[in-house]
Ligand binder design. Structure first.
Ligand code: DX5
Ligand code: ZN
Length: 210
């Protein structure tokens, strides 16, 4: 299982130390950009994303929780940007995926808990990542919604049947026990915020997810 700590719940006053504390054992750093419209919360913008990129050796996995991703994609292209994920529920998601791929980055689509896999089925062959939200996006520290496991299974089956390349990522409510559940369902990357950052020994927490 690949692990992407979500920086959202870190202490931003000590950003550099926080980033260093999760490098060992992790595969990506998950970076949540929120615009206060798509979700009822604001996190940070491209300037902070750029600084995060400079302060960690981990590749950035950028999750855009924004209404108009076309306004933001070009601004979060940095040398260590690995994935840019936009939401199926945002404006102009097809053009957004095209733009990410055109700029030479890996493209992902996220689906909220009430969005079925059917909505993104026609685009699965173009994707490098599908993000299944385990909670309503906007805040860390929520409880994983069990009904999302079926969507992970469906995506794993479609990937196998069609030989698709996408990673299956799960974000929200991940801890040791839900990580095991999503792994058994077919997930390949877990994102975890509070489970890692609200605990002193981060290395141990990352290992427990792997
Ligand atoms: C929620 C964000 C998540 C969040 C996860 O909208 O997309 O990345 O940080 O936090 P936890 O792991 O605490 O559920
Ligand atoms: Zn996220």
């Amino acid at each position: 299982m690949k692990v992407a700590p979500s920086i959202l719940t870190a202490n931003f006053i000590r950003l550099e130390d926080e980033l260093k504390s999760v490098e060992k054992g992790s595969d990506y750093i998950h970076v949540d950009v929120m615009d206060g419209h798509f979700v009822p919360n604001i996190s940070f913008g491209p300037a902070i994303v750029s600084q995060i990129g400079d302060l960690t050796s981990l590749p950035m996995d950028i999750h855009l929780m924004v209404e108009f991703p076309l306004d933001w994609i070009d601004k979060v292209i940095f040398p260590t940007t690995e994935f840019i994920t936009i939401h199926a529920e945002c404006n102009r998601f097809k053009e957004s995926i095209r733009r990410i791929l055109y700029l030479g980055k890996k493209a992902g689509i996220a689906i909220k808990p009430n969005t079925p896999v059917d909505v993104i089925k026609p685009y699965l062959d173009q994707l490098d990542l599908v993000l299944v939200m385990g909670v309503e996006p906007g805040y860390g520290g929520q409880v994983f919604i069990q009904s999302q496991l079926d969507k992970i299974r469906e995506l794993a089956e479609l990937k196998k049947e069609n030989n698709y390349r996408y990673e299956i990522q799960v974000d929200g409510g991940i801890n040791q026990s839900t990580a095991k559940q999503v792994k058994d369902a077919g997930a390949t990357i877990v994102v975890a915020g509070t489970y890692i950052f609200n605990y002193q020994d981060r290395e141990e927490r990352i290992q427990s997810l792997k």
